[in-house]
Design a protein around this ligand. Structure first.
Ligand SMILES: Cc1ncc(COP(=O)(O)O)c(C=O)c1O
Length: 441
């Protein structure tokens, strides 16, 4: 039993009543949706989640990096109510005032060189749209450029194109004919010896090898590169020299650079967008998750001349620019500005990472690495397949009133709402320490 300022656990965990409904649901729902800790969400407010039995958790997940402005944010809810009162639920691609106001606000809020956006509903749709726009770009050269480069281990969503750009081989065995023009480059994992020695050389050496094997002439064949701003499961950023090399390679060969900011956008890493850590200006960025605070809202943002490559009517989607999603999107930006959430993410991010480094020092046999920036972090464990230690520690945190993200790998991931209080953040981190201690011997 746990009773602290921010956590209450007053039943056995998993809670029997919740578990009974969750298990019953499995009769009607395909299993592909399952795998997270068994909690039956009753309500969620700011950085806390409540079940139906009086249990209360600190949330270090933001569901899945979505509730950046806090769960059930009051301003967000008030905007939804306004639309319900009107009433206006859907407009397809007919124009609404909400869409106009959101896009105007979005373009003002983001760097000036990013001039136009295209709204969608999910992150996968946004990366698919970026793929399409990069291919459109490739069409306009004398010899059509078809190749898109992406990275091994990265993640861009579950639809066909997104999964083909993604670099997780084990998730792609359902694809029968992989697009041979989507080519993956090795990711610069920080523990790789060659990366440690010289990450720029690592980039150059690998592209040279791939281009030779596949007979690629960059200036004639490649239209774009897509990068996940940090590799998700491990919150692993690229070395600056690697990005510098990629940047000059793309500039030299007129290749578009797209950043997948679906996790890293909207203040998560202590900057508005994660790419801003790298001294680079991507041609396209894809956002979702935190952009909509729980509403299905995503977008691609880019330079005018690139965003306008598809002709009128070629990029619409039934739920694009839903007026409620737009109103929520605008309220989300207002909240980020008014509550100075980017600054908060940076400031509390320092605290989070310092404390995690202390935990790493305290439990060196179990904690291998800590990565991330701002209010996103991953603890990577010395994992053994048999023990599944990362999962066990997630479950232990859950039993103690803290929700962290299960990555399905050797990492535990942390991403609290950016609105979290210092006290609750510290309390949550100490729970992680306690959970690790339990398994340390
Ligand atoms: C980096 C990244 N790209 C794309 C996606 C796909 O977004 P969605 O699940 O909204 O389709 C995700 C989702 O986890 C993601 O983390």
């Amino acid at each position: 039993m746990i009773k602290s300022k921010y956590r209450t656990i007053k039943t056995s965990i998993p809670n029997k009543k919740s578990l009974s409904l969750i298990n019953d649901l499995k009769k009607f729902e395909a299993r592909g949706m399952h795998g997270q800790v068994p909690i039956l969400w009753n309500k969620a407010k700011d950085f806390q989640v409540f079940d139906y039995s009086g249990n209360k958790w600190i949330d270090f997940s933001s569901t899945i990096l979505v509730a950046n402005v806090g769960h059930s944010n009051k301003k967000v809810i008030s905007e939804i109510k306004k639309l319900l009162k009107k009433p206006l639920l859907h407009t397809y691609s007919y124009v609404s005032k909400e869409r106009y106001e959101y896009l105007k606000k979005l373009i003002k809020f983001t760097p000036a060189y990013l001039q136009k956006a295209f709204l969608l509903s999910s992150g996968s749709e946004a990366t698919e749209a970026a793929l399409k726009i990069m291919r459109y770009y490739g069409k306009y050269f004398k010899k059509r450029r078809n190749i898109i480069l992406s990275f091994e281990g990265n993640w861009h969503g579950r639809s066909l194109g997104a999964e083909m750009m993604g670099g997780k081989k084990n998730l792609k065995n359902w694809i029968t004919s992989h697009d041979k023009n989507i080519i993956h480059m090795p990711f610069p994992y920080p523990w790789n010896k060659d990366v440690k020695k010289d990450s720029a050389k690592f980039f150059k050496k690998n592209i040279k090898k791939i281009f030779k094997r596949k007979k690629i002439i960059p200036k004639k064949d490649i239209s774009g590169v897509i990068l996940e701003t940090f590799q998700g499961w491990g919150s692993i950023f690229y070395p600056q020299n690697f990005i510098n090399e990629l940047k000059s390679f793309c500039k030299k060969n007129n290749i578009l650079i797209s950043f997948d900011e679906i996790q890293s956008g909207f203040g998560r890493t202590g900057k508005l967008f994660g790419y801003m850590h790298y001294k680079i200006k991507p041609d396209l960025i894809c956002c979702g998750k935190g952009a909509g605070s729980g509403f299905p809202l995503s977008f691609v943002l880019g330079k005018k001349k690139i965003m306008d490559l598809p002709a009128e009517g070629e990029m619409s989607s039934t739920h694009s620019a839903n007026p409620m999603a737009c109103a929520v999107g605008k309220a989300t930006i207002n909240e980020i500005e008014e509550k100075k959430l980017i600054y908060k993410s940076k400031k509390y991010g320092k605290l989070l990472h310092n404390k995690l480094e202390e935990i790493k020092k305290q439990y060196p046999k179990l904690v291998k690495y800590v990565y991330g920036k701002g209010l996103v972090a991953s603890i990577i464990f010395n994992e053994s397949k048999k023990k599944k230690i990362a999962n066990k520690i997630c479950d232990e945190c859950f039993a103690r009133g803290l929700i962290v993200i299960k990555t399905g790998r050797e990492a535990l991931k942390i991403a609290p709402p950016l609105t979290i209080s210092k006290e609750a953040l510290e309390e949550g981190i100490s729970v992680i320490g306690e959970a690790i201690k339990k398994y340390y011997n």
